[in-house]
Ligand binder design. Structure first.
Ligand SMILES: [Ca+2]
Ligand SMILES: [Ca+2]
Ligand SMILES: [Ca+2]
Ligand SMILES: [Ca+2]
Length: 276
């Protein structure tokens, strides 16, 4: 009987495997329509497809341009971040990240303007930033698309020590990778400017990034992260930050529980019939 039950589960799991591969399949091309995001001038346009973790913080030039922790209005508005992961036909799992911002990616870093920052990931959510994914070349060897293993000392930080408090020497907000160990290669695409995103107006840009999870070592086991993580993006002043906390298993995989339950029910039914 027990053998039959296990055999039933094995069949069920085999059936379930293809469904667990992906909460959402996206292509890294700078186009956000595959995420279910729509620039149709509505608040609902920010909402992605089911199974994608996301946070939206769309702001405008109102409130004297205050964005928290800094100022700058739409030109420094970090607006939304999206996260999902998928296992592709090559058998490898990839973490996919999307960011929408009002900050022009081509903004130069000068006396009073600040360029784009990198994506930062803190596995374990313990305040230690473990990886950066580079959106631009940062040194002779740390280049756009590199996945870099870091400690907090490897990161540059912003202008603010807390919301509204200008204190660059005491800023806790990580912005770009300055040094660290290159552990992998991500795909990075950045869109051209687009409009009609949400209801607050302005120009917007979309960053689309895909990271092979083997770069994360023990922080990722098989198809899912082995621990909760924080992920964020900002620009080099950190005037505004979009961040998301992701639980170790937050991507809905309804096909698995349903099929496992069906398998258990079938196994139970078989056992009752056998006993009868
Ligand atoms: Ca895309
Ligand atoms: Ca905005
Ligand atoms: Ca914002
Ligand atoms: Ca950490």
């Amino acid at each position: 009987m027990r053998k039959n039950l296990l055999a039933g589960l094995a069949v069920t799991c085999a059936l379930a495997a293809p469904f667990s591969a992906s909460a959402a399949s996206v292509t890294i091309d700078g186009n956000f329509t595959d995420w279910g995001i729509t620039n149709n001038g509505t608040t609902a346009g920010w909402t992605p497809k089911t199974g994608i973790n996301y946070a939206v913080e769309d702001q405008s030039d109102a409130m004297s341009g205050f964005l928290s922790p800094g100022w700058g209005g739409q030109a420094y508005d970090a607006e939304a971040i999206y996260v999902t992961w998928q296992t592709k036909s090559d058998g490898k799992t990839y973490l996919d990240v999307g960011v929408v911002t009002g900050h022009d990616p081509s903004t130069a870093t000068t006396a009073n303007s600040y360029g784009r920052g990198d994506i930062a990931i803190d596995f374990g959510r313990n305040g230690s930033w473990d990886f950066g994914i580079l959106t631009a070349n940062r040194s002779a060897t740390l280049l756009r698309g590199d996945v870099v293993a870091t400690t907090n000392a490897n990161w540059s930080t912003g202008l603010w020590s807390s919301p509204g408090v200008f204190a660059p020497e005491a800023s806790p907000y990580v912005t770009k990778v300055a040094s660290g160990t290159d552990v992998g290669n991500a795909s990075v695409a950045i869109s051209n400017a687009f409009t009609n995103m949400g209801i607050l107006g302005g120009n917007h840009w979309f960053y689309e990034v895909e990271i092979p999870v083997d770069a994360f070592g023990s922080h990722w086991q098989g198809m899912n992260p082995s621990e909760a993580f924080s992920i964020q993006w900002t620009m080099l002043c950190a005037n505004d930050i979009v961040a998301l906390n992701v639980a170790a298993s937050t991507v809905p995989e309804p096909a698995i529980p349903a099929l496992v339950l069906a398998g258990l029910a079938a196994a139970g039914l078989a056992r009752r019939r056998h006993n009868a």
